[in-house]
Design a protein around this ligand. Structure first.
Ligand code: PMP
Ligand code: GLN
Length: 382
């Protein structure tokens, strides 16, 4: 028998809930992906490149034209001039970017601070590198950083802190003040950052995303990760990137070149063409997704679910205690899927120690209007 390197890991909650949704024919508001396609011009561009022979390996660091577009976007959004050559690396998905950044930094015995609820890929990636996650719960009900708990969690072994803003699953945003406070806390320490910003363009109600890319001091020790999958409605393309200062990028690339070597070539060409022709696409995303959030939430107001509208991401949390306080969230997610035809994600699975009496489930509103309306109708009947 093989001795598992990840003995406590099974199939992810996203796979399980999507499977259950398919099995029972429920509307799938669980796993985070759009039920609509990316822009036609983007799909056409990729098809064009597939048919014009762009089907062999891309450069290890990513197609220059795509790295150029990412650099332009970063300059426009965050006012930072990054080198497309030495600071941007294209990866097959943000998940791989995060994995490579963790492998780059973490040695046996190192500690990595994650904030719970935390995205499911962080801890196994740290475990595989021989490190250990130290879980710091975000405060309730606003999912903000508890600065005292963070300060208490830092030890001489702390090597890395993983940030995620806009935050999955809560939709909470880190502010410039948070970043300043973090900078002060780690200034004198040898601690690096991974800033998971895959939902960077999904912020609502006029808020602005405070990227680590816009923070001079923090950027110097950061790997900032994003995903074309989220920003261009093509999660299945698994194409992302990581931005880091040259010395960090050099080390990350040593790992990346042996994990995958490079990203998928025609996808990179298509994305580069589309970004060049449609630089406004990302600035239209807040209104696009806010309309979906509000369509769903306006209707959900008529239900027994209680919620505060998400500040960012394409996820909406809702408290179901007025409906089935007797069920924990895993049981509730299954009950909603099987009995009421709407699949959701429980959030306790993103905690090391789930908070007692947390009665929250996560809905993904990256869906067509008719899906959201149908789902809300079902939820209002409960
Ligand atoms: N980080 C977070 C917070 C996410 O929600 C997701 C994705 N779904 C990822 C990383 C992974 O992105 P990708 O699909 O590009 O690997
Ligand atoms: N990030 C997606 C979510 O939070 C899921 C991605 C996956 O299935 N690995 O729903």
């Amino acid at each position: 028998m093989i001795t598992s390197k990840l003995p406590n890991i099974g199939t992810t909650i996203f796979t399980r809930m999507s499977q259950l949704a398919n099995e029972v024919g429920a509307l799938n508001l669980s796993q985070g992906f759009p039920d609509f396609d990316g822009p036609q011009a983007l799909l056409d561009a990729v098809a064009r490149h597939v048919h014009s022979g762009h089907n062999q390996y891309a450069p290890m660091t990513g197609l220059p034209a795509l790295r150029e577009q990412v650099a332009l976007k970063i300059a426009a959004c965050y006012g930072r001039s990054v080198s497309a050559d030495s600071e941007i690396t294209i990866t097959p998905g943000a998940t791989q970017a995060i994995f490579c950044a963790i492998q780059t930094l973490i040695r046996a015995g190192d500690e990595v601070i994650v904030f719970d609820p935390s995205y499911d890929s962080y801890e196994p990636s740290v475990d595989l590198a021989g490190g250990r996650c130290v879980h710091v719960p975000l405060s309730q009900p606003d999912f903000a950083i508890d600065w005292q708990r963070l300060a208490d969690a830092i030890t001489p072994r702390t090597r890395l802190i993983i940030l995620n803003s806009p935050h999955n699953p809560s939709g909470a945003l880190l502010t410039r003040r948070d970043l300043d406070q973090l900078a002060e806390l780690i200034r004198a320490r040898d601690i690096y950052l991974i800033s998971d910003e895959v939902y960077e363009h999904l912020v609502f109600d006029g808020a602005k995303h405070d990227s680590v890319l816009a923070h001079e001091e923090l950027y110097q020790r950061a790997f900032v990760v994003s995903s074309f999958g989220k920003s261009y409605h093509v999660t299945g393309w698994k194409t992302g990137y990581v931005v880091a200062p040259p010395a960090l990028s050099t080390e990350l690339r040593k790992v990346h070149q042996y994990v995958s070597f490079c990203g998928v070539t025609p996808l990179q060409w298509g994305l580069a063409d589309f970004m060049a022709a449609n630089p406004q696409h990302v600035s239209e995303l807040p209104a696009f997704y806010q309309a979906k959030r509000d369509l769903f939430c306006d209707r959900l107001e008529q239900s027994k679910f209680r919620f505060t509208r998400a500040a960012g991401t394409f996820f909406q949390l809702a408290d179901y205690s007025a409906i089935r306080d007797d069920l924990d969230d895993v049981a509730m997610a299954e009950w909603l899927t099987r009995e009421h035809g709407v699949a959701v994600i429980p959030i306790s699975v993103f905690y090391q120690e789930p908070l007692k009496n947390l009665r929250l489930v996560r809905f993904c509103f990256a869906k067509r209007e008719e899906t959201l309306i149908q789902a809300a109708e079902k939820l209002c009947r409960i």
